[in-house]
Each structure stands twice: as C-alpha cells, then as structure tokens.
Design a protein around this ligand. Structure first.
Ligand code: ZN
Ligand code: ZN
Length: 502
C-alpha cells in the first residue's frame, strides 16, 4: 500500500476517486472540512436532498479530467454525536463502495472533528479503511478472468496534520496485515489449511521476521509428551496433529510473557457425534482462534512492540474414520487427568486443555489468553455482535474488556461460579468433556479452567463473531479476524510508559 499525506488540496495527485466528508446538519449536509472550489460538486445534491450526510451514506458525483472523474460525498452523521466507532463505520462503508467501483487509488479529504482527539480520528478512519479493504478471491478462477478483483493500493490523505495522519495509517496497516493473514487462513479450504499448513505458516513467519522463532512439533513428539486428548481428537484424520509454538521476542530483557492459545481445528465434523447438515458446512472456520494467535504474532512483529508474546496451537482435524475417538471412552490428558468423552463434538476444549497445561508447565507465562470458536451455546447467548469472555482473574478480565471497548471488538463476561464444576463430574473418569446444552459456553470454560492451575487466564469464545455470512460495517463477508485489534491494544497497555517512546 502506498500511503502519502499532503496539506494543500491543489497539489494533490489525481486518483481514481476523491472523497469529501460531510456532517448531517439540521438543514441538510454540511461540509466537514474546507472544500474550497470542490464545494461546487456537492451543492446541487445537497439542495435537492439527494445527499443528507447521514452516517455511511455515499453519493457519487462525477467530475471531469484532468481532475478526479469520480467524487464520493461521504456522510459522517451528526457532528455532535460523532464517535470513533461511527467514523470507522463510515469509512468502512465508503471503502466497500469504492471497491465496488473498481477504484484502486483514493484521495481522502480529512474531516475536522473538533470533539475527538485528532490522533484517534486518524486511527479510526484508517481502521475503517483497512478492515474493509479486503477481498478473498483465492478460490475463484473463471470469474476472476472476467472480473479481476481490485483492491485499493494507493491512498493520499489531504490534511493539515500530515505527520500524525501518516503515522496513524502506517501503524494501522501493520495491524491489518495480521488481520488479513487471519482472514486468509480462516477463509481457506479445509483441505488446504491443514494442521501441517498452519505449521508452515508459523515457519514462514519465522523466516520473515527475525523477532519470531517458531517450532512445529509432529505427532511423535505429541505422543511422547503424553498429550492424549489432542491425539484422541486427531485420530480419525489422515492429517496428523501438530503442536505449534511461535514466539515473538520483542523485549528479551523482560520476563513478562503473554501466551495466546488458539483453537486450531482445521475441520470439525463433530466426530462420531456427527454435526448435522446446515451446521457442518462452515466448519473450516474452527481454526479461527489459531488464526487470531498467528495474526497477532505477525502484527506484533510488524509493529516491533517491546513485548514477549507466544502463540501456542494444538492443531488437528476432527474427522470420521474407523480410527476416530469414541463417545463413552476415556482418554488421558497431558496433565494426567482422565476425561470421559460424552460428546466427540466437544473436541475443541480437549485440544485446548493439552495446549493450556503444556503452556502453563513449560512456558510459565505471566498470563495466558485463549481464543476459540468453542460453543454453539455462545452463539445462541450473544449472537454475532459481541463475544464471550471468561476468566479466573478479575484484573485481566477488566483490562481485556476495556481493550474490547476501545477497539469495538467487544466481549461480555460470563461467570465461572464453582457450582458449575458439579456438572462435569464423571462416574468413570476424573471429569467429562460435556454436560449437554444448558450453560454450554460456561461449562466449556469450566472444563478449560481445570488445566490452567493458578496462572491468570482468560478465555474468549469467538464462535459467534469469527465468521459472518454477510459482510457488515467494515467487515467483509466470511472471516473477520476479530480479536487481533483487541489483543494488540491490550498488549500495548502492558508496555511500561518509559518504553513506549511517546
Ligand atoms: Zn465440535
Ligand atoms: Zn470445534
């Protein structure tokens, strides 16, 4: 992406499209910055009320060469009610409208937003733009020949605050690279994005960034470690499980160490408790947690943040064959606990259990945070606007919720009352993996809690938000990459002020 900033509108390089921002005023749309002679393009649409300036409204008007032939009038909504999120949404809507017109270069006239901090405004506009400037076309062939995909590759910002705007956009682009990686992995074919493929992605990150060190352990190593739950879930598949450890070492002198554990089920049939039609088709998404973990590591390396963060992924496929693990059987976890399998579709928590207890024992992290498309119950409870957070540490939960608010990747906390433990008692083993639908999202977390000991731990159930059938706001169709911006914000908050350099 080529990003530039200038202060004088007359000196702009002409792009495929020029964007002019407007407020929704009482008597009609009002320019949100000085438009100079460009006012002429908007006066008639405003006069006849074809354009009112409401949030996310885009009206196309046409200029003449040599200036931009396309001009987009963009509505930001009411000046008094403006928020960071509304700016993200407006610029997300704009970016999608621009992609539809097959424009690859764009000039933004930046709005004057007196009510908000200018750095945050630039960041919000950048987030709206970068999050929406994504198209997944890797599985198209013939249609691409007829209609090649266009992405915006050149952006020029026209603003009095050139340096701050440029800085903000370049920073967002780095985080966006992590989000795009997560989306590409989540959207890809389950037969392509195998456990081995995720391992190769981790090794690729290692070769791209000197601050990343990745180890990919194979099935033999997993067996020697005694990760009986991961082995059980992966038994039915021709793709053996892998155990990935990708370390980002941004501050070797610090002992603070965050581990992100991601659920990496590259396809979840449900196992012998097979998922029904209508539910099984989207199960390639069941590695979205692993994608968030790898995407965060990539973004951290791009941003060169002075922190130490490791992604741990116990990846496998929950497939059906004569070797599949059996409902009713008991398997032994890495921690030594035995687990009765009451439902082979409650497999994510089994792989996470081995990943979490291995992490706690061998990495001794300051804190561990897991991301998982874990339960259908979560989707029923919270829908697709917010995701679930469960934690054994109030201070960690509060900090994560705060980062969720700031980034609008919002989480909602559910309780882990000890009475719930009763539900997972087994007659024949130490614990059972599922107790049915009631309180399903909480019971999954109660299960995981058995494997983290006293380490501060938070669990995000992203089943409702990782994938959206229809794109909305600044999200494209399908994978969202939700979780990465939250994590980057949270991890930034851990950096001592003296090291932030600002
Ligand atoms: Zn499942
Ligand atoms: Zn699953």
């Amino acid at each position: 992406m080529q990003i530039t900033a200038i202060s004088n509108i007359e000196k702009r390089e002409h792009a495929d499209c020029l964007v002019l921002p407007f407020w929704k005023g009482e008597k009609g749309a009002e320019a949100a910055c000085d438009l100079g002679k460009l006012t002429a393009y908007s006066s008639l649409p405003i006069k006849v009320k074809d354009f009112t300036g409401k949030e996310g409204e885009v009206l196309w008007v046409y200029g003449s060469e040599p200036e931009e032939s396309r001009i987009a009038l963009l509505g930001l909504g009411n000046r008094e009610g403006i928020t960071i999120e509304k700016l993200r949404r407006a610029y997300g809507a704009l970016t999608k409208a621009v992609l539809k017109r097959k424009c690859s270069s764009l000039s933004f006239l930046f709005p004057n937003v007196d009510l908000l901090n200018s750095e945050l405004v630039a960041k919000a506009i950048g987030e709206g733009f970068f999050l929406a400037n994504y198209v997944f076309d890797a599985l198209k062939h013939d249609t691409l020949k007829q209609e090649p995909t266009v992405r915006i590759t050149k952006v020029q910002c026209i603003t009095s605050d050139q340096h701050a705007v440029l800085d903000a956009l370049m920073t967002i682009e780095k985080t966006a690279k992590g989000v795009y990686l997560a989306r590409d992995l989540t959207n890809g074919n389950a037969d392509d994005i195998t456990p081995q493929y995720l391992g190769r992605v981790a090794k690729q990150l290692e070769s791209e960034y000197p601050t990343i060190e990745a180890t990919v352990h194979d099935r033999d190593w997993i067996e020697k470690q005694g990760m009986g739950l991961l082995l059980a879930v992966g038994k039915g598949s021709e793709h053996p499980p892998v155990f990935i450890v990708a370390k980002y070492k941004g501050n070797p002198t610090s002992s603070d160490h965050t581990v992100i554990v991601g659920k990496g089920l590259t396809f979840d049939t449900g196992g012998l408790n097979l998922k029904p039609k209508g539910n099984i088709e989207s199960q390639r998404v069941d590695m979205a947690g692993a994608a968030v973990a790898l995407g965060t590591i990539k973004a951290l390396a791009e941003l060169s943040l002075p922190v130490n963060v490791t992604a741990v992924i116990a990846s496998c496929e929950n497939a059906i064959s004569s070797k599949s693990y059996k409902p009713g059987d008991v398997y032994k976890a890495y921690s030594g606990k035995t687990v009765e399998i009451t439902d082979t579709d409650a497999e994510g928590r089994l792989t996470l259990a081995d990943a979490l207890s291995w992490t706690v024992k061998n990495l001794q992290p300051t804190r561990v945070i897991d991301f998982a498309t874990l339960t259908g119950s979560m989707v029923v409870a919270l829908g697709s606007e917010v995701f679930g957070l469960m934690s054994n540490s109030d201070s960690l939960a509060q900090a994560l919720l705060h980062s969720g608010e700031k980034t609008h990747e919002r989480a909602w906390q559910l309780p882990l009352f000890e009475e719930y433990k009763e539900y997972l008692k087994s007659e024949i083993a130490d614990i059972k993996n599922s107790a049915g639908r009631e309180g399903g999202a909480i019971l999954a977390a109660i299960f995981l809690q058995e494997f983290v000991g006293n380490t501060p731990w938070a669990h995000f159930d992203i089943a409702g938000v990782a994938f959206q059938k229809e794109g909305k706001r600044y999200y494209p169709k399908m994978a969202t990459g939700i979780g990465i911006r939250l994590m980057i914000d949270y991890i930034e908050s851990l950096i001592p002020k003296a090291q932030k350099g600002f």
